[in-house]
Design a protein around this ligand. Sequence first.
Ligand code: SF4
Length: 492
Amino acid sequence: MHERRANPSTHLSKSRIMSGLQCEKRLWLEIYHPELKPVLTASQERIFAVGTTVGEVARDRFPGGRLVEAPFYDLPGSVRETAALVDRADLPHIYEAAFETDSTHVKVDVLSRIADGSWHLIEVKSTSSVKDEHVTDAAIQWHVTEGAGLSVTTCSLMHLNSECRYPDLSDLFTVEDISERAREVRARVPEIIDRMRAIVSQPTEPDVPIGTHCTKPYECPFTSHCWRDVPKHSIFTIPNLPSKTKDSLAAQGVLGTNEVSTDELNQRQAAHVEMVRRGEPVIDTEAVRAAIAELEYPLYFLDFETCADAIPRLDGLGPWHKYPFQYSLHVLDAGGTLTHHDYLHEDETDPRPALAAALCADVGPAGTLIAYNAGFERGVIGALAETVPELADQLRAMLPRFFDLLVIFRKHYAHPDFLGSNSIKNVLPVIVPSLSYKGMAVADGNEAQAVWASTITLPPGDEKSRALNQLLEYCELDTLAMVKIHEVLRGL
Ligand code: SF4
């Protein structure tokens, strides 16, 4: 158990309170041991950057306002600047208005003056709907803003509108009045702040068991610290075990799969636990052979990488709509010859027409297309057919030719070391130990998306070439992994 470091800032902010509501230990660690947080990944950095951009674009919907410009670390300066702007009756809106009440500070995305002298508080989110945590977030801001002497009569959440389609961004945002919901939560905010203060004043790390709250509503940055003693085969790897059961077991200190009584589990979960106890895979060899025998050569192992923009920038797309920017394709012919093709879009233009054309050139008229979780690849090709009508027939003709490798592992092949997941990231190192994503500069789809989104804005040069090569290597491994998995299955 950690003791607290000396003299950190124990000031409460909205973000710290939100952390404390997720987990009291998280709040305490953020104040006293922030060094336990890992460095942000490219995809986490992208999430923060997107939030900032959406907030900035949202301000355009409230013209004539002023931004509080004091730097984020100068809290007293921000509060003073806000107070001066509040006094300017001609100013309709204040962006990033800062307030402090009882050593708790908040920044309000947009504060709009209402004719009767009261204020409309608007919180901006880059999601497509209102979530419970957004209401709590706004309620804390409301409490602190009123504590600073302003009368707030309306509270809204401004989020992205899922009906919006590029290039018409006039309806990019939806503003939902959440006053009623926020008012209910607001009544509890003083009590919440008192509780947070008590946690912050504790000399040692609060004793909070791990559980499903470690990832909900947000991924906690301290999992590598708190989860360090969780065994490889843990209760969190038992398929579809309800959150309530996991939390109850974790609270009792029951973390290992072996420690769970199978009486409390359904048939599938009990079978998983028994398999872990025996330490041996369960394979329906006949079913695997029958499935593999149906494949028609040449085999096309296909994987797409996709991106999604909060603020759409490509024709016909809405907020967070996915579009492909890269694929890798390994082709295995009946004689055993393997060839590799790929496509990676390198700039900010629309990748879909060129990618669709390359795909149609690379995929011949006969043979099975193999993907891992094929519904995704099918969905991407179906959407491409809508976007690139001149290739629609060719693209749609690919759809019935798909075979889903994932189904084999869902239905016919289980292994204790898949750790309760059939994802290719879990399956590959077990059945093809010579191939691994470990140590790759880009090691998962979220990272690939973040790296691509930042790389396409770069001018040609070494940095851009290096990032593009990392993307090519990553995507190629995804399809090579399928080739090798297929080889193992064919040898059963
Ligand atoms: S990992 Fe879980 S237990 Fe640890 S601080 Fe985060 S939420 Fe709390």
